[in-house]
Design a protein around this ligand. Structure first.
Ligand code: CA
Length: 362
């Protein structure tokens, strides 16, 4: 590779990071080869510009264009504009779309291991999830599973700690869950079904009305920033802190064949920008949730923890569900063994480092 090739390949990343360097002038004159412009179609499971989630897809598209010097374009198709929200996996797997922005736990019907990869109740925090993905072989394991579907997984965001949800009636003990209809997806849905809850899956647009009319008794969604926009506080006054999605992930996953067809530079750009979008969502969530919690307090909403017997019951049920699933699916078993191994080790450090500090900070 000649110096010139490197300059052209590195494009805007190099040029923009070299401010102050003596070679600045030389770098500025290098332009990307626009004759090779590549366009990728990205379908999402969110409405256009949806706060935080849709914002990450917008960021990804703009940033890829910027970093590639315009040689790589990502066209966004928000949910239902080209592909229904929950059919993006199949569309990208088949190659009709190049990338999707969604969440792995939506695909547990394809492979139950994906509900674990999406995030574990009582499991990894956002930080621990990223550590497992990037340094503990998580991305490789996920990649092995996705290869069967002609997909290449990339991290695409994490909304950090999620809240336990909104309930029309107060939950004072485990028995209060019995017979409740609750919108709650993924592994957590299976867990609460063992506690007597009837878990239902509803599209985002139907949740508020269902809760208002009492078609459902409770719903989880995300955290204060996104929950407040859904207006749940108007119809369900009891808001609980969360146990079921401490670090659930969002993904930018790509058609594997298409990913392989990209130049090394474009592969690197896509990977780097997805990582940037991933961490950016955690910081955005931290910032927006903090203000939204303040806003909820002004509206008279005081979040509280679930009673102890609910937490203990959910923990017990989780391990029963995991054991059953691990017995049915080899992928689930492998993913769980890897996650459990790291979780056991990581917990000690998180408790010693972060938790001790948080207790002291107050
Ligand atoms: Ca959720």
């Amino acid at each position: 590779m000649t110096r010139r090739d490197i300059l052209i390949g590195g494009s805007a990343i190099l040029a923009s990071s070299l401010t102050g360097c003596s070679d600045k002038k030389e770098f500025k004159e290098v332009s990307i080869n626009r004759a090779k412009k590549v366009t990728l179609k990205l379908a999402t499971s969110w409405p256009a510009h949806f706060p935080i989630l849709g914002g990450a897809a917008d960021f990804f598209s703009q940033r890829v264009n910027e970093v590639s010097g315009g040689s790589l374009e990502v066209k966004i198709y928000p949910k239902n504009t080209l592909v229904p929200a929950l059919e993006v996996f199949d569309a990208v797997s088949a190659g009709a779309i190049d990338i999707f922005h969604s969440g792995p736990y939506y695909w547990k019907g394809k492979n139950s291991a994906l509900s674990l990869i999406g995030g574990i109740p009582f499991g990894f925090t956002a930080n621990e999830m990223n550590a497992w993905m990037m340094f503990e072989g998580g991305l490789e394991l996920w990649g092995e599973i996705y290869k069967k579907y002609n997909l290449y997984p990339m991290l695409g965001g994490n909304v950090d700690s999620q809240m336990g949800g909104w309930f029309r009636k107060e939950i004072n003990s485990l028995s209060d869950l019995n017979g409740l209809k609750m919108r709650i997806p993924g592994l957590a849905g299976e867990v609460v079904s063992r506690l007597g809850v009837n878990p239902v899956l509803l599209p985002a647009g139907d949740i508020f009305l269902s809760l208002e009319r009492g078609v459902i008794d409770a719903t989880e969604w995300v955290g204060p920033a996104l929950d407040i926009k859904m207006g749940f506080y108007k119809v369900a006054k009891h808001y609980y802190s969360g146990w079921h999605e401490p670090g659930s992930i969002i993904e930018f996953s790509m058609n594997l064949k298409k990913f392989k067809s990209l130049s090394n530079e474009h592969k690197a750009i896509i990977s780097s920008v997805s990582n940037e979008a991933n961490s950016r969502m955690i910081y955005e969530s931290q910032s927006k949730n903090a203000y939204a919690l303040l806003e909820l307090a002004k509206l008279g909403i005081k979040p509280k923890p679930f009673p102890n017997d609910v937490i203990e019951g959910a923990k017990k049920a989780l391990y029963e569900v995991i054991e059953i699933e691990a017995g049915k699916n080899e992928d689930f078993k492998r993913v769980w063994e890897s996650m459990e191994n790291f979780l056991t080790i990581s917990k000690e450090w998180t408790n010693m480092g972060l938790k001790s500090f948080l207790d002291m900070r107050g």
